[in-house]
Write a protein of this length. Sequence first.
Length: 115
Amino acid sequence: VQLVESRGGLVQPGGSLRLSCAASGFTLSSYDMKWFRQAPGEGRELVALITATGGNTYYADSVKGRFTISRDNAKNVVYLQMDSLKPEDTAVYYCNFFRSWTDYWGQGTQVTVSS
């Protein structure tokens, strides 16, 4: 099982960035997928969730209306489109799914929002 996030980067406030998570070693279409983030000195926070078929999504209040989670099960990829970025969105972002009482994580990717 492997989850590999795309490279993040430095973005100015108000800018946009799209993260991707390439999945391998399991059947992506069978699982809900999540994006978490962890800011310095903070705990890991659930940012967004998408159900296995993509029919339903959930967003943390802090990102609602600005972030969009999506998936392409045929390509084994999950996306997080981040718009209207704010300095408080600065964090390491992780792709995640849960299977058989185990959380699987990507390596994380740094997103920094700063002018």
